[in-house]
Design a protein around this ligand. Structure first.
Ligand code: NAD
Length: 256
């Protein structure tokens, strides 16, 4: 199968939440393909270690890897990021809006937690895309926007309502973005919604050291994502019986 045209060697992938987990595995994979990668994260210390790890995977080594400290819930910081990306040769070819948190929430009370989860997981995705995608459209090249949702945005299980609401919003935003890009760029720039299931990362480890049975590694998740990117799917749903059944039950209309 052909590689997605936006992921060609020498192109630039900008990934938020790249200091850990799924974002870090994605950065390493894009680097392995010969892309330049810009790792964006709020955690400066982990970002430096992540950059070393990604450089080890890149044929061009350290020259292919750069970092940018930004909090995706702060529009001004994303504005600085967009300005920086605009100065890089060719601008961004791939944008992955992936940063997220899951502190746990309850329906009533916990006001600050609700705000933080919606600000990072939903506004962070919306603003990352609204700041970076216009540059990709204007650039005239093939472009790819990957948004990290969650199966919880589809199955909305009880127990963590703020996260579910944010991820359901992320799904709706990614769908709106893809509709817009189809009509304005005729698919030259396209959006994809990554729907991980249970991936063993610091977000889900909750004190566990060993990967629980049934959990995916970030690398497995990204390997699956790359396959589905090649296949051209909009919904990149990591196979998971529960989510698949729920999707069928709700008769969600899958994009052609
Ligand atoms: P992770 O904790 O390993 O990585 C998340 C990264 O995002 C961290 O490096 C963190 O510093 C960064 N981050 C957090 N807040 C930020 C902010 N305000 N600005 C910039 N960076 C910030 O988690 P992960 O499991 O790799 O999660 C990545 C994405 O995948 C998240 O959006 C998460 O909701 C989603 N997801 C994860 C799972 C799972 O099982 N791990 C399942 C479904 C969806």
């Amino acid at each position: 199968m052909a590689r997605h045209p936006a992921t060609t060697a020498g192109g630039l992938a900008v990934i938020t939440g790249a200091a850990s987990g799924i974002g870090l595995a994605a950065a390493a994979q894009f680097a392995r393909l010969g892309m330049r990668v810009l790792l964006v994260d709020v955690d400066e210390a982990r970002l430096a270690a992540a950059a070393d790890q990604v450089a080890a995977a890149a044929p061009e080594g350290r020259d292919a890897v750069d970092t940018f400290v930004a909090d995706v819930s702060r529009r001004a910081e994303l504005g600085r990021l967009a300005t920086h990306v605009g100065t890089l040769p060719g601008g961004a070819d791939v944008v992955m809006a992936n940063a997220g948190i899951q502190p746990g929430s309850r329906l009533f009370g916990g006001e600050d937690t609700w705000r933080a989860v919606i600000d990072v997981n939903l506004w962070g995705v919306i603003d990352t895309c609204r700041m970076l995608v216009p540059g990709m459209i204007a650039g005239g090249k093939p472009g790819l926007v990957i948004v990290t949702g969650s199966k919880q945005g589809i199955t909305t299980p009880p127990g963590d309502p703020a996260y579910n609401v944010a991820k359901a919003g992320v799904k709706a935003f990614a769908e709106a973005l893809e509709h817009e890009l189809r009509s304005t760029t005729e698919g030259r720039v396209s959006a994809r919604l990554l729907i991980p299931g249970f991936v063993f990362t610091p977000l889900t480890a909750r004190g566990r050291v060993e990967k629980p049975a049934g959990a995916w590694t970030p690398e497995e998740t990204i390997a699956f994502m790359m396959e589905r990117l090649e296949a051209g799917d909009f919904y990149i749903l990591c196979p998971d019986g529960e989510t698949t059944r729920e999707l069928d039950r709700r008769r969600i209309a899958w994009a052609a």
